[in-house]
Write a protein that binds this ligand. Structure first.
Ligand code: HEM
Length: 439
């Protein structure tokens, strides 16, 4: 393999980099970019050439699909399964994506709006007037309810209770530091306790999902949820997904879509609480809705759209969008060889003052003033593997936020500067304590 000297410059000290990255990917990537310029090379868990330049990002996102391949480590397969979309590449990825994609767009999406609204209203009903909550936990609960109803198609109360417990155990197992450390060290043995605990937790969810699938196959029930859509979907040869592929794709969507959306909502409370003028403007806009269950009207609110995008910009949930090279790639004057990773660095791109003047400031208006290309704003990645839930994620966050703001008042109880902390895979605001008051 080509030695790092043929690659763009980057820090030399190997052992420090994974640690600095795990501590704060934003700080680490922004510092390395400032020191070495663009593109730059880092060695975190793998050797990766990164760019935050829109032209470099275009080169990564528009390269032919066969330039890249996916080799999920065993630890990630343990979480996502072998047949989920994010573990596939080449033709298998293209075929599967073509089948799944319509489930998250257009008519299918419209059918899910009412479920998201109902899940939010249910959560609100459980909050006491004056109650203080942590936004990340409160939004995670709503996000989980949304995924269970819209993606897994769970309806009955007892089933919801069973699923909720199983998902929380699963999330605790793969977010457990002992599992994350074993994954980093490549400990793959099935009898290693953190792996065993995770396998058992995943098995419980898989068994519950299998019951849902069997019940639908037996009764022929069709509903508006994603599970039903996936079960109806057909490849060109008339075949559908196997049960194993259905389970792996549902779990992939749970893992990819649950915490990410909840995190965007937590950021919204963190930023709006610190920027009363933006909160006021948003509140006024939401006040123009004649009903908060008018899903189409919510989606059309321009300032709400801008607020959600600004929350996704400042600390993108996925700081860099990585691709593993199966073939060499020309990237901004360098030939990056097969075997090395390339990445579009959202954490740095989203701080570019030429695209985002005063990039550190929370200023949703910037999204009303300028349309950005898919190489300038990349919270959902890009190209053939762009987040399949990108429309769904924004759709959900807007509904939840509109309903919460139209029915409650929220006071942020933090007066320290914003701090960021890791929880499991994702970074987020370290504490967002909020007092809720019913309107
Ligand atoms: C605000 C919320 C979300 C954010 C910020 C987000 C972000 C991302 C990013 C950055 C990627 C990698 C894209 C790439 O490699 O180019 C991704 C992939 C993916 N996301 Fe999301 N996501 C969100 C919500 C969702 C939701 C709601 C779902 C489904 C319910 C979902 C399902 C997926 C899947 C299945 C992939 C893998 C796509 C593939 O490999 O073809 N995401 N997401």
């Amino acid at each position: 393999m080509t030695t790092p000297s043929h690659l763009p410059p980057g820090p030399k000290l190997r052992f420090w980099q994974p640690l600095a990255y795990v501590r704060s990917p934003y700080r680490f990537l922004r510092a390395v970019h400032a020191r070495y310029g663009d593109p730059f090379t880092v060695r975190t868990n793998a050797l990766t050439v990164m760019t935050a330049d829109p032209e470099g990002i275009r080169q990564i996102f528009t390269a032919p699909a066969e330039t890249y391949h996916v080799r999920l480590p065993r630890s990630q397969q343990r979480v996502l399964g072998r047949e989920g979309l994010s573990g596939l590449d080449g033709e298998a990825h293209r075929r599967t994506r073509k089948l799944i994609s319509p489930c998250f767009h257009g008519e299918s999406l419209r059918g899910l709006g009412g479920m998201i609204h109902a899940a939010t209203v249910d959560a609100l009903a459980g909050w006491r007037d004056g109650e203080v909550w942590q936004a990340r936990e409160a939004m995670r609960e709503i996000g989980l309810e949304v995924i269970l109803k819209t993606v897994f198609g769970v309806e009955q109360r007892e089933r919801l209770v069973m699923f909720r417990a199983a998902v929380l155990e699963f999330a605790a197992s793969f977010g457990n530091p002992a599992f994350l450390l074993s994954a980093l060290l490549g400990i793959e043995r099935d009898d290693w306790p953190p792996n065993r605990r995770l396998d058992a937790a995943r098995e419980r969810i898989a068994a519950l999902l299998q019951e849902n699938i069997a019940e639908r196959r037996a009764t022929g029930t069709q509903r508006a949820d994603i599970l039903s859509r996936l079960m109806e979907a057909r490849f060109d040869d008339g075949s559908g997904f196997s049960d194993a592929a259905l389970v792996d794709n549902l779990i992939t969507n749970l893992v990819a879509g649950h915490e990410t959306s909840a995190l965007s909502l937590a950021w919204a409370f963190a930023w709006l609480g610190r920027h009363p003028e933006a909160a006021e403007r948003l509140q006024q806009e939401i006040g123009t809705l004649s009903r908060d269950d008018d899903i189409a009207a919510i989606q059309a609110l321009p300032y709400l759209d801008a607020v959600v995008k600004e929350c996704l910009r400042l600390y993108p949930a996925v700081p860099e969008i990585v691709r593993m090279l199966a073939k060499p790639l020309q990237l901004r004057g360098y030939e990056v060889p097969a075997g090395v990773n390339v990445a579009a660095c959202a954490a740095v791109l989203h701080m570019n003052p030429e695209i985002y003047p005063n990039p550190e400031c929370f200023y949703p208006e910037r999204f009303l003033q300028r349309n950005l290309s898919g190489f300038e704003f990349i919270p959902f990645g890009g190209g053939d593997r762009v987040c399949i839930g990108n429309h769904f994620g924004i759709f959900e966050v807007k509904i939840v936020l509109a309903v919460l703001l139209s029915r409650g008042r929220y006071t942020l109880l933090e007066n320290r500067p914003m701090r960021i902390a890791r929880r499991g895979f994702l970074m987020g605001p370290s504490s967002v304590r909020v007092r809720f008051q019913r309107r």
